[in-house]
Design a protein around this ligand. Structure first.
Ligand SMILES: NC(=O)c1ccc[n+]([C@@H]2O[C@H](COP(=O)([O-])OP(=O)(O)OC[C@H]3O[C@@H](n4cnc5c(N)ncnc54)[C@H](O)[C@@H]3O)[C@@H](O)[C@H]2O)c1
Length: 312
């Protein structure tokens, strides 16, 4: 298939590109390189079946770029991903994440695509997850706590509208907390990259609150496999992608210290407002629709991430 991938140079997008190329597809990567890096596509650019467009999804000329390529499906991962910045500047968040998504849908329609696979966020659209059971399901209430989460929920509504108006099939993969190689360890990077890079450098980390807040950490290779499975499959609506396992921030820190052979205790800082206490996703629907399940254990994934951080 011919696939356009927005956010191709990003952490998750670049793994998706590698997975799609590995599955034999032809890929156009689209990215404005705001947080993405061409280094993430070092393997992809060597493939004949890969082309890259340095393009902003919010610009009207996106339509021409996508039309010229003529994709069978569009994988939409480009986004402003900083949740705290979305609180500080909700209009900019909506410009990229809501208007940008509408621009991608327009380009997909004009380019003749039959399907859009969107990357949503289970961690940001559902509220608190009960500790019992295996996590939030697709029918859990949508209760975003941030403009970023509201933008993801809004984008899913736009996918539904384009399905009704134009018959564009859609699947939205609602991811839990993704971690792995190529995730930026600086600034707003993921907690695994931050804790991991500090553990390797024997530098202290801050844990906000008591550290018993839980997250569902899913390995980026498993997430890329879910995207590859969703492409070409019938549109399935929203599917949660996570492990269903609650891991506390303190547990994560302890594991990384053990794997990096560190011994430095964390510094505890005051809790941050607007963070859910418990978050995990039930991925049974993705198992049924796509035959997908997470294959990488947390320790295996953390080991691969530390190996990458040590060379990055
Ligand atoms: N990392 C996670 O835990 C997580 C969880 C749930 C959902 N997601 C979603 O997954 C997707 C990828 O996130 P990521 O973690 O790889 O972050 P990332 O910042 O590495 O990737 C985002 C990519 O989009 C590009 N981009 C941003 N604005 C753009 C624009 N206007 N035009 C073109 N390209 C633009 C960036 O340059 C970057 O390459 C996002 O949609 C994000 O919301 C991530």
């Amino acid at each position: 298939m011919r696939l356009a991938v927005t956010g191709a140079a990003g952490f998750i997008g670049s793994h998706v590109v590698d997975g799609l190329l590995g599955a034999g597809h032809t890929v156009l990567g689209i990215d404005n390189l705001s947080t993405g890096r061409m280094a993430n596509l070092a393997g992809a650019v060597r493939a004949d079946r890969f082309a890259f467009a340095h393009q902003d999804i919010t610009r009207p000329d996106l339509v021409e770029v996508v039309r010229a390529f003529g994709p069978d499906a569009v994988c939409h991962l480009a986004a402003a991903i900083d949740v705290r910045r979305s609180v500080e500047d909700p209009i900019e968040d909506a410009r990229v994440n809501v208007l940008g998504t509408i621009g991608v849908l327009e380009a997909a329609r004009a380019g003749g695509a039959r399907q859009v696979v969107f990357v949503s966020s289970g961690g940001a659209i559902y509220g608190e997850t009960p500790l019992d059971g295996s996590g939030a399901t697709e029918s859990s209430p949508v209760a975003p706590e941030s403009p970023y989460g509201a933008g993801k929920a809004a984008a899913e509504l736009w996918l539904q509208v384009y399905a009704r108006l134009y018959g564009l099939a859609w699947t939205a993969l609602a991811l839990s907390n993704v971690y792995g190689p190529r995730q930026a360890p600086d600034g707003e990077g993921g907690v695994v990259s931050i804790f991991g890079s500090r553990a390797l450098a024997d530098r202290p980390v801050a844990i906000y609150g008591d550290g018993l807040q839980t997250r569902d950490f899913v390995f980026v290779g498993d997430v890329a496999a879910a995207l590859v499975a969703a492409v070409g499959a019938p549109g399935a609506g929203r599917l949660n992608i996570g492990t269903g396992v609650h891991t506390s921030v303190v547990d994560l820190h302890t594991r990384l210290q053990r794997l990096a052979k560190g011994s430095r205790p964390p510094d505890f800082e005051p809790e941050r407002a607007g963070e859910v206490r418990r978050s995990a996703l039930d991925a049974s629907a993705a198992r049924a629709a796509l035959g997908w399940e997470p294959r990488t254990t947390l320790d295996q994934g953390l080991r691969q991430t530390l190996d990458w951080l040590a060379t990055a």
